[in-house]
Design a binder for this molecule. Structure first.
Ligand code: 13P
Ligand code: SF4
Length: 321
């Protein structure tokens, strides 16, 4: 059945057959499928749970399933493995990385820490296990401001690896942060000109932005927050039209939640579709099926690194309850 589905030219029929095959394998493997909002709609539709980085970490920490299929990027699946060392954590495409994690190699981060020995190191969850293992506290875009505000006022703070998120946290919390110079290719790609044009075309529209965006775009936003906060805002705002400055995968849930409202994505500078995360989009329905079939690729971690990376994640989960 699956072979036929994969070679079917009708996309929705193929997706339907694959979804049925995935559901059967999922039961057989006692697996749960977690998906980030940036996954392609067909993957979101077969997930047991869809969420932002914080919600997915919480789900990964609480699941009783024996196998976690993580439809997201490598650092997310790695976080699930750090929290669940005895479970099998599958990532449909092992190449699904992240420019933020890549921008912060563990050896360079160790030097950064050594240059600032008195600082508390807060790392955005978009980093490798080796960087988490050297951090005092992990945060996500959902809880970063709140967590930084809870840190002792007399201690200086390092923030890695996203400088755009760091600057926003700085403004929101009133705390001075020493920033690592990383950024996300997707959130740095949005065209300000296209945004201004969309605002002119839709004068009543609310602009929703993720804090990974650059300052000049955040200055044009009406609401700034993590993906789940943007979704919640779209549901609860009285506005009927939204321009969304984040990866367009989130529009699938926005349109499902409030179908009577209109949503517009912002293209990249050349009108390109580079506003879609090339790493997130490496996962496909077929790869989800294949990883459950093969029980691979699975995330493997060195135990000493895992143990050291666990402490700052647990601290985050405790402080952001
Ligand atoms: P959140 O899901 O925490 O909003 O983060 C967005 C992101 O870029 C994930 O890589
Ligand atoms: Fe990384 Fe940006 Fe893709 Fe998120 S959207 S996974 S931060 S490259």
């Amino acid at each position: 059945m699956v072979f036929a589905a994969i070679h079917n030219t009708d996309d929705s029929a193929a997706n339907g057959s694959l979804a049925a095959a995935i559901a059967a394998l999922k039961r057989q493997r006692h697996a749960v499928i977690l998906a980030h909002y940036y996954q392609e709609p067909a993957i979101q539709d077969i997930a047991d749970f869809i969420g932002d980085s914080l919600e997915l970490s919480r789900k990964a920490a609480a699941t009783e399933a024996e196998v976690i299929v993580f439809c997201g990027v490598h650092f997310m699946a790695e976080t699930a493995k750090i929290l669940n060392p005895t479970k099998t954590v599958l990532l449909p495409d092992l190449e699904a990385g992240c420019t933020l994690a890549d921008a912060c190699p563990a050896e360079a981060f160790a030097r950064f820490r050594a240059e600032h020995p008195d600082h508390i190191a807060v790392s955005y969850i978009n980093c490798s296990a080796a960087v988490k293992a050297q951090s005092d506290l992990i945060c996500t875009s959902s809880n970063a401001v709140d967590l930084v505000k809870q840190l002792p006022a007399d201690r200086p703070i390092l923030f890695a690896p996203d400088q755009n998120l760091g600057r926003w946290v700085q403004r929101q919390s009133g705390r001075e942060l020493t920033l690592w110079p990383g950024s996300c290719i997707v959130h740095e790609t949005f065209s300000e000109q296209a945004l201004l044009r969309l605002k002119l075309e839709h004068p009543g529209a609310e602009v929703l932005a993720h804090p990974e965006c650059q300052q000049h775009l955040l200055d044009l936003a009406d609401f700034i927050g993590s993906t789940s906060k943007l979704l919640h805002r779209a549901e609860t705002s009285s506005a009927l039209c939204f321009i969304v400055l984040t990866e367009p995968g989130i529009l699938h849930q926005m349109r499902k939640a409030v179908p009577h409202k209109a949503f517009y994505e912002v293209p990249g500078a050349d009108g390109c579709s580079c506003n879609a995360c090339p790493y997130m989009r490496l996962n496909t329905l077929e790869k989800v099926w294949r990883c459950l079939q093969d029980m691979a690729p699975a995330i493997e971690l060195d135990e000493a690194t895992r143990e050291r990376a666990l402490a700052p994640i647990q601290k985050m989960l405790e402080l952001s309850r």
